[in-house]
Design a protein around this ligand. Structure first.
Ligand SMILES: [Mg+2]
Length: 238
């Protein structure tokens, strides 16, 4: 039995090994402000969009060349290549949903020869040494991600699809609930445990591949009931 899976995955800490967004601000922004803003974000005291605006404002003047060189030191998770190949062979569409910025995502993907992924993220420009963010996919209903990941999931899946989410942290909190199968590590794993959301723990993409193979070989595969309810609610409210 073949099922249709749609793959939605985070970028920072999931495709990239480090949280690149956080690393950039820890390096280039005022340290004390950065600590406070990230603490506010992780404790749900400010929405993600507000945290990005504050973080960008906490960078005095940035040298583009220095920024690019720093971004080039960031690494991708080595098993991501196996995963992209697996999805392509199986005909599973991958959507990268990031609450980070296109500026470094595009650069990192290109440098590591990863192409052909559909990527949705926030937008960042460097204008006269200033970091200027903008948020093309902002939705006030998404608190923990300025790029509303939930909306992309709803827009790119139908009731015939099994939705899969792969992520590691804060920006994924609002969207995992809408997916049938959740792969979680680190902060997202702790969130799922706390919220009693069913998930598969994973360390790298080899774990994800073997679980997806197992799911795909099942004759009968059930959607997650809570995700179905959440999706229906989102459709009827908006
Ligand atoms: Mg992440």
């Amino acid at each position: 039995m073949k099922h249709t899976f749609k793959i939605f995955m985070d970028f920072d800490g999931t495709i990239s090994r480090q949280d690149v967004g956080e690393a950039v601000f820890r390096k280039f922004a005022d340290e004390e402000k950065t600590n406070r803003i990230i603490d506010d974000l992780l404790n749900d005291r400010i929405p993600a969009k507000e945290s990005w605006i504050q973080l960008c404002a906490a960078v005095d003047k940035i040298d583009k060349k220095e920024l690019d060189e720093f971004i080039d030191t960031m690494e991708v998770e080595p098993t991501v290549y196996d995963f992209i190949k697996f999805c392509s062979t199986e005909g599973m569409d991958i959507y990268v949903l990031s609450d980070g910025f296109d500026y470094y995502i595009d650069r990192i993907l290109k440098k590591n020869n990863i192409s052909g992924l559909k990527v949705y993220s926030n937008h960042l420009q460097i204008i006269d040494g200033k970091m200027v963010p903008s948020f093309p996919y902002y939705d006030e209903n998404c608190f923990s991600s300025a790029n509303c990941k939930r909306n992309h999931i709803l827009n790119h899946s139908s009731e015939d699809d099994f939705t899969v989410f792969i992520g590691d942290g804060n920006s994924d909190k609002g969207s995992v609930e809408y997916c049938d199968f959740i792969f979680a590590k680190d902060g997202l794993l702790r969130f799922c445990e706390m919220e009693r959301i069913t998930f598969f723990p994973f360390k790298n993409f080899i774990d994800v591949i073997s679980k997806l193979k197992e799911l795909n070989s099942k004759k009968r595969l059930k959607k997650r009931h809570r995700a179905q309810i959440k999706r229906q609610q989102a459709y009827t409210i908006e």
